[in-house]
Design a protein around this ligand. Sequence first.
Ligand code: SAM
Ligand code: SF4
Length: 474
Amino acid sequence: MTNSFDIRVETLGKPAESLVASPVAAPETLLRHSNVARGTFFLETFGCQMNEHDSEKVAGLLLARGYQQVESPEAAGLILYNTCSIREKAAQKVFSRLGEYRGLKGEGKKIGLLGCVAQQEGEDIFSRAPWVSLVCGSASYRRLPELLARVEAGEQRVTGLDNDTDETFETEMTRRDNPWRAYLTIIEGCDKSCAYCVVPFTRGPERSRDSSRILAELHQLADFGYSEVQFLGQTVNSYADPSSRKMRFSELLLQAAQVPGIRRVRFTTSHPRDFTPDIISVMDANSKICNHVHLPVQSGSSRVLRAMQRTYSREEYLEKIAMIRSAKRRTAITTDVIVGFPGETAADFDETLSLLDAVKFDGVFSFKYSPRPNTLASTMLDAIPEEERSFRLGLLQERQRVIQSETLQSLVGEVYEVHVDGKSKKENSWYGHSSCNRVVSLTSSAPDLLGQYVKARVTACTANSLLGEQIFIS
Ligand code: SAM
Ligand code: SF4
């Protein structure tokens, strides 16, 4: 469903022409590596923010090695797809894209598949799409320089599929897409075992980055002019500092908020089980930590949550919501829901609807259950028929639409600080995000607001967004 919140769960990546070169390493690093002129590459990304940021790191790694990024597969010597397999549709999209480029190998182009589909399908991809030369999962990205060298040397079937690692993907340079808002991965992989989810199979075990490396990267980002950072992880709040410092997640947020030049610190996705009161305390203590929590619930029925192996009940989830709502700052809460999990009865589904009524989420990303390879749920009986899954999804989305529209109406008259990151086609029209991650469109007579933080009063709303005007506070 469309949303006034900006958490893209499954989208195609941005076209290359909209990207902004923003290395996180000093330019000398780039020069040191780029004394060898190499080829051109095109990189397309499918999937979540983690994938988008992985692609930014892969692009940085290639640029630092002397490759040039181009805007189309036609212009590229090396074509890379960073893929998503969270639902079947996402994986199919990858294969249909690959099919479009079946003839390119004959033209001397090299094609590589990265990410979750690569990890999941492994060497089978070579039989299904023999025009592919490289298959590499995210847990093996640190080996990419060596793997790419083998591809360039003419090897036909190069793989990086080792998933059992305790290492994280560190790059000297990251080629970020947005000049103001930077993603920063703090924890990779996942150690939870939700019955429906491929992530533990495709991204490997949970491994956190050293807190000092994270903070050093953040200082560097601030030096390059970034003012907003988004910490990323499949379960970002399960962060466990591997260094002797043993910094807690909440302390990391606080330290990040104190980096000079950083005005906003976000984090996603939080797992309900690991969402502890100290996180709320630091959000209250420092307004640079954004007042938005994305806390996927998946189902409102404790019975289904148990079958999903989510490790919390409906009541425990509601306790976490009460804790967030008890904060001094009004904090926006968004969630993910899966409908039609095997064995979900009409009564279970009603509990999910009643949870929406009880919590009144500010945004809901809802999905029909999709059976995935290797998962426990894929072997479960009592599959819910496709039409029923679609029917439930429609009901849920309609219920949330009504809730959201009431919430948006209630926000008319509020004043938000908006970090402007886009200009509309309409004259004097801009859009950006509030600290609570609402998308706000605003009018202003100022000549250029891009990258700026401005105050805006909400004057109206549409079904999904807030409309406002810039106000000047002396
Ligand atoms: N780590 C996050 C968490 O614990 O909730 C979720 C990460 S996953 C990339 C994003 C969302 O995709 C999940 O929250 C879930 O709602 C949805 N999802 C995952 N597997 C799915 C499946 N097999 N079918 C439908 N939706 C799924
Ligand atoms: Fe998947 Fe569960 Fe891990 Fe989230 S916590 S990535 S849903 S296994």
